[in-house]
Design a protein around this ligand. Structure first.
Ligand code: TRP
Length: 334
């Protein structure tokens, strides 16, 4: 295994993972695991920046781990663990809180979106969330970070923090500047009800998303109800790009069938959307329902999932402590 490249990514345990998480993150994690050392973290401390019911938070951590495993992550190849189990994350986050600048955080668009109109009422945790994310990555000196396009700005902040730390403490190249790995086609799987919005767990209608645990019947109903377009499928990308719902369905089809979008358009142009939907339903059922079944099976043995997290924590903690010791020395804490 190459020592130089190290992948780190985090997934928030906020319940039901959906097709967007699957295509945009999990599948990518699995393919990276074949080539590089990878660390995948269930970021429960990030989730609690907006209120979570305690029992739901616990359950959702296990559900996220089950989804990792059901998609093909292998705990013998990758380190899989829970963020709060490794205390180094919060310790480094504090140190980085003192490196990061208020002006930098004020530019974060995700805070503005998530805090909504009354920013005074957002938690302080939500505001400094990007500093904790930088700590997650830098704690392991990760070099590559697979994330969705919406996390690009946070990753740039992590680079700025790493660079300022290296300058302030006179240790050029100590923290590597982490590179984002953003999947090209599917960085955005959109809502089935509104092609301009990301597929998301927080959208009210369950018809807006395909959950990994959906049954064949549910998938079929959701695809049938998905918004498409009143005209037939166009023959070129320019026209398609003006029709976000149609583009989204074809994008999903292209991703799962592993054919590029142009080829899919060649096959489908002139046809009705009902034809595309029929094909898409078949593909989704054969790809997603086995994953959902596996998740449910894994969730029936919580002790097994806890054991995987425990082993992962032990491995993560060794790397974290090694790096933190040097950080503590550099900043003058020891
Ligand atoms: N903020 C990320 C998201 O919501 C989750 C995350 C936390 C993360 N820490 C990370 C992603 C470190 C990559 C690396 O998607």
């Amino acid at each position: 295994m190459s020592k130089k490249k190290l992948v780190f990514s985090g997934v928030q345990p906020t319940g039901n993972l959906h097709l967007g998480n699957y295509l945009g993150a999990l599948k990518n994690f699995v393919s990276l695991q074949k080539e590089m050392n990878c660390i995948y973290c269930v970021v429960d401390l990030h989730a609690m920046t907006t209120f979570q019911k305690p029992q739901a938070l616990k359950d959702n951590v296990l559900e996220t781990v089950a989804s990792f495993l059901a998609t093909g992550l292998d705990p013998n190849k990758s380190i899989i663990f829970k963020q709060s189990a490794v205390p180094g994350h919060t310790e480094l986050a504090w140190i980085l809180n003192c490196v990061s600048r208020i002006g930098w955080l004020n530019r974060m668009t995700q805070f503005k979106d998530k805090a909504g109109s009354d920013k005074e009422k957002a938690s302080v945790g939500l505001y400094i969330y990007p500093n904790l994310m930088a700590a997650d990555i830098l704690l392991y000196k990760a070099t590559h970070v697979p994330v969705g396009a919406d996390q690009k700005q946070h990753l740039e902040l992590s680079r700025d923090i790493a660079q300022k730390f290296n300058n302030d403490f006179d240790c050029k190249d100590f923290f590597p500047l982490p590179q984002p790995l953003i999947p090209k086609n599917v960085s955005r799987v959109m809502s089935l009800r509104d092609g301009t919005k990301k597929m998301s767990k927080s959208e009210d209608s369950d018809y807006s998303r395909i959950n990994l645990k959906d049954t064949a019947d549910e998938i079929s109903k959701k695809v049938k109800k998905a918004k498409s377009d009143s005209e037939e499928i166009p023959d070129n990308l320019k026209i398609l790009e003006k029709k976000p719902e149609a583009l989204n369905l074809l994008n999903i089809y292209s991703e799962i069938s592993k054919e590029n979008l142009e080829k899919v358009l060649n096959e489908m142009s002139g046809k009705e959307y009902s034809f595309l939907k029929m094909k898409l339903t078949e593909l989704l059922i054969s790809e997603i329902t086995p994953v959902g079944k596996e998740i449910k099976k894994l969730l029936s043995d919580r002790a097994h999932l806890e054991q995987i997290l425990k082993k992962g924590k032990e491995k993560a903690n060794i790397i974290a402590e090694e790096n933190l010791k040097i950080v503590r020395e550099k900043v003058g804490l020891i």
